[in-house]
Design a protein around this ligand. Structure first.
Ligand code: GRF
Length: 219
């Protein structure tokens, strides 16, 4: 089987893109980053892609009369590149209905909170301010809502008394870099089955094989 072709959309720093690029270079990883698209010309993500010899394109939203026109252009670019799975990695624009419909269960996003808690922006700050004891990150399929699609993988981390937005974000980010490649691997191996809101993972350690302990904070 040829590796799954990923099209990564990113607007900024690109550390999740980097995690995907690194994962793709490990032996046996069943996917490759085919193309990176950014709506921001100066996004470090574009630089990270080019450094690895991956095609990187800036698509300027200002060059299009509407969001739909921008979305159509990006879809076209991804299709021409032969992309199988679209991965949002810090992509700061909302994608419209038509874009989502063009890639049914073929768009993933990484979100730095345990959805459905804290959708949207600045969620690490909101988690600290709210006083939750556990937060984390979520990889999910993208549907028409904001951070509402079926959940594929989540990782939990404790929120500590002396946490700031930054320290919590850093703890969560380490887990993001682990679970995004994991979710893509599961997809590439054909092990994900979407049943309504639920994503079943074939052959995953569940039930008796899952670790017995729960994450309790404070322990
Ligand atoms: C990450 O926290 C991701 O979960 C969110 O945006 C941030 C992007 O960071 N969607 P990076 O550009 O991947 O470093």
């Amino acid at each position: 089987m040829p590796p799954l072709a990923l099209g990564v959309l990113a607007s900024g720093r690109g550390s999740n893109l980097q995690a995907l690029l690194d994962a793709c270079e490990t032996g046996g990883f069943p996917a490759r980053v085919r193309l990176v698209v950014s709506d921001v010309a100066t996004a470090h993500a574009l630089e990270r892609a080019r450094r690895r010899g991956v095609e990187a394109r800036h698509v300027d939203p200002k060059g299009f009369p509407s969001r739909e026109a921008f979305d159509r252009a990006v879809t076209e670019i991804l299709r021409e590149a032969g992309v199988d799975l679209v991965c949002l990695a810090g992509f700061m624009r909302l994608l419209g209905k038509a874009f989502v419909a063009a890639w049914p269960h073929r768009i993933m996003n990484i979100h730095p909170a345990l959805l459905p808690a804290f959708p949207g922006l600045h969620v690490q700050r909101k988690a600290v301010e709210y006083g939750v004891k556990i937060s984390g990150c979520t990889v999910h399929f993208v549907d028409e809502g904001t951070d509402t699609g079926p959940i594929i993988v989540q990782a939990a981390v404790p929120v500590l008394d002396d946490d700031t937005e930054e320290s919590l974000a850093a703890r969560i980010l380490r887990e993001e870099h682990r679970i995004y490649p994991q979710a893509i691997r599961l997809f590439a191996e054909g092990r994900l089955e979407v049943r309504g809101r639920r994503v079943m993972v074939r052959g995953a350690a569940g039930g008796a094989a899952a670790p017995a302990g729960a994450l309790v904070n404070p322990s």
